[in-house]
Ligand binder design. Structure first.
Ligand SMILES: Nc1ncnc2c1ncn2[C@@H]1O[C@H](COP(=O)(O)OP(=O)(O)OP(=O)(O)O)[C@@H](O)[C@H]1O
Length: 614
């Protein structure tokens, strides 16, 4: 079953594979003729010209008849040798050309299959839901898309062709040897069961060990990946020694698993070498014995020794094929583990209505699959198109979850969400996401220029539009201070931006596109209150008529919204304007009393500072 699944991954490459098999077959047949040239040559040298007609009788050699006719056209030994040399040279040139095409097709087969599988896997990972990505190990996923794909496709192409090569070589080696001395064929074949049995024992042992290698390598990759992405945190906590120790443990586990595999590999190859050499010695003994009994001549012994090589050496490769078969089974299981995850688009909606931006939550409830209690309980609210709404609440109260549901990253289990009176779950996921512009608290910037980062979701964005978006996001002044302005490279390989600058690039990025719904998920947390105000005023001045949802912990950010939704432990505690909520007992009033007082004190301090200075 696992094997069938493994081979299914090679679908679509049969023609290339058959072409490679045909080339291997022709190549190995021509190769099996090479020792016969030597046999013919020695026979010619040893033959005595006939007394009556001066002809040279060479006897039987299993070469193609057209070659024999070509050689026998001459009676001069030297001329025959010249003919043999010319024919051998032409044969080698032909073999070289075959080998070239064979290698080229093998390479193409491997690369094309790996490319197709990588794209299939990567494409499927894109289609997996938010929950999957939340729980996935990035290092492990990378390994599945790279090493596992390589292991699987190398087996399906290179190793499978090695197997064909093995059988074809055995067949032609045995076929040619049979004409020289059949006993040698039976003796050579008698040792094959021993080699095959050892290979099977080896495979059973190595399969589990390779599984362990894959697992330990994957957990080591995860440690490396986490450490590199979290290098700032590691340094901030002076945790380098602990991280190195963690890596050492994982590295040791991986090295131990490899060492275990290596010792089994060494035992296998050592014993295979021993069997092969024994086989060679037996064949030499049979040859010597046959010459003594005059059932074979010296030319036959020389040719048979070369041909026996065709029966002995390829069988040793069986171990590697079986070895890689074990690895490929494990790797393909890991690939299927991803491919068999249901796509988030399996239960998608089909509607793609023009969105105005009215949002209604009707008794919506939601529970994460791995939790006992519902997070959101009977959530009800109405947002009219073009309104600005703030959602405020304690940390963990479910604010981001509401937004994630709106983007269909999570599916609600109870109630209904309506967009312009259309049930959200009937609208296509990709479509609704394309209609919502989201800025997250910790936005991701690509290793590209500031300009490219702003224009990323709008490939045809004109420069004016990008600059306008940067102005609204209060980013223009910062960009002017960068050495290369908009062409400054940011992200992993470029200039490090501050948290607030990153957030503002992300805001500008969203503003470049005119989306009917805008969401700021704590997206102004890293900018100061004044910049926050500037951005919000610029947004209002732009008068996009977009529905804007602002999630925030900062009352001053929320207070100018058309309505404020106060969320408490997954339920709506209150909805109203700042004027209504700041006088009403509850969480909002409490927060306003604390934050408002602090803000006023702060403003007073600033004023005092100004008057002192003047
Ligand atoms: N995938 C998940 N599985 C289980 N629980 C989750 C998952 N994602 C979030 N939670 C939990 O759900 C709760 C609400 O999370 P959410 O991110 O919506 O809160 P929030 O109000 O936006 O918080 P904050 O203000 O801190 O961003 C939290 O207790 C969080 O731990």
């Amino acid at each position: 079953m696992r094997t069938i699944r493994l081979f299914k991954l090679s679908k679509g490459f049969l023609i290339l594979f058959i072409m490679a098999v045909i080339l291997t077959t022709i190549h190995q047949y021509t190769y099996s003729n090479v020792p016969l040239f030597t046999q013919y040559l020695i026979k010619t040298l040893l033959a005595q010209p006939g007394i009556a007609d001066n002809t040279i009788s060479v006897g039987t050699v299993n070469l193609p008849s057209f070659l024999l006719t070509f050689f026998q056209k001459d009676n001069e030994v030297l001329n025959i040798i010249l003919r043999i040399a010319i024919a051998l040279l032409l044969l080698q040139v032909f073999r070289f050309s075959l080998r070239f095409f064979e290698m080229w097709i093998k390479g193409a087969l491997l690369e094309k299959m790996a490319e197709k599988l990588r794209i299939k896997l990567y494409g499927h990972i894109q289609d997996l839901d938010y929950e999957f990505h939340n729980n996935a190990d990035t290092g492990d996923l990378i390994q599945r898309c790279t090493t596992d794909v390589e292991t699987t496709t190398t087996f399906l192409t290179t190793r499978m062709l090695d197997l064909i090569y093995l059988f074809v070589t055995l067949f032609f080696g045995a076929y040619q040897l049979y004409f020289i001395n059949p006993t040698m064929v039976w003796v050579s074949f008698s040792l094959i069961p021993l080699v095959a049995t050892s290979s099977i024992i080896y495979f059973i042992k190595i399969d589990k060990i390779f599984q362990n290698i894959e697992e330990t390598e994957s957990s080591m990759m995860t440690v490396v990946q986490e450490n590199l992405s979290g290098s700032k945190v590691v340094r901030a906590f002076a945790n380098e020694a602990f991280e190195v120790e963690k890596m050492e443990t994982k590295n040791r586990e991986y090295a131990n698993a490899l060492r275990k595999a290596n010792s089994i590999v060494a035992v296998y190859w050592g014993s295979m070498d021993f069997v092969s050499i024994t086989q060679y010695l037996v064949i030499i003994a049979i040859g010597v014995f046959a010459v003594q009994n005059q059932t074979m001549d010296a030319a036959g012994v020389v040719a048979s020794l070369a041909l026996v090589g065709m029966l002995i050496w390829p069988v040793r490769g069986l171990g590697r094929i079986i070895n890689d078969y074990g690895k490929a089974l494990v790797a393909s299981d890991r690939i299927y583990h991803i491919l068999e995850q249901p796509s988030e688009y399996d239960n998608d909606g089909t509607e793609e209505p023009k969105i105005k931006g009215n949002i209604e939550f009707r008794n919506v409830s939601f529970k994460f699959p791995d939790t006992q209690e519902s997070l959101l309980k009977n959530v009800n609210f109405d947002i009219k198109a073009g309104q600005t709404v703030a959602i405020i609440g304690r940390t963990g109260s479910g604010k981001s979850t509401i937004i994630n549901m709106l983007m269909r990253l999570h599916e609600y289990q109870g109630g209904d969400i309506l967009i312009d009176s259309i049930p959200l779950n009937t609208i296509s996921k990709k479509y609704i996401r394309s209609q919502i512009g989201v800025v997250l608290q910790d936005p991701f910037l690509y290793s590209k220029t500031v300009y490219e980062n702003i224009a990323i979701a709008h490939k045809d964005a004109v420069k004016d539009r990008v600059i306008k978006a940067a102005e609204i996001a209060a980013l223009e002044n910062d960009i002017r201070t960068f050495k290369n302005g908009y062409e400054t490279v940011v992200g992993e390989k470029g200039t490090t931006l501050s948290g607030g600058q990153k957030q503002r690039v992300a805001i500008a990025r969203v503003l470049v596109n005119d989306k009917p719904i805008l969401i700021f998920d704590d997206a102004l947390s890293a900018v100061d209150t004044q910049t926050d105000l500037m951005i919000r005023q610029a947004l209002l001045a732009k008068n996009y008529q977009q529905t804007t949802i602002i999630i925030t912990h900062r009352i001053t950010t929320a207070k100018e919204a058309d309505q404020i939704i106060v969320l408490e432990k997954g339920s709506i505690e209150a909805i109203g304007t700042h004027e209504e909520l700041s006088t009403q007992e509850g969480l909002y009033k409490k927060l306003w009393d604390i934050q408002g007082r602090l803000e006023n004190a702060f403003k007073e301090t600033l004023k005092e500072g100004d008057s002192d200075a003047s």
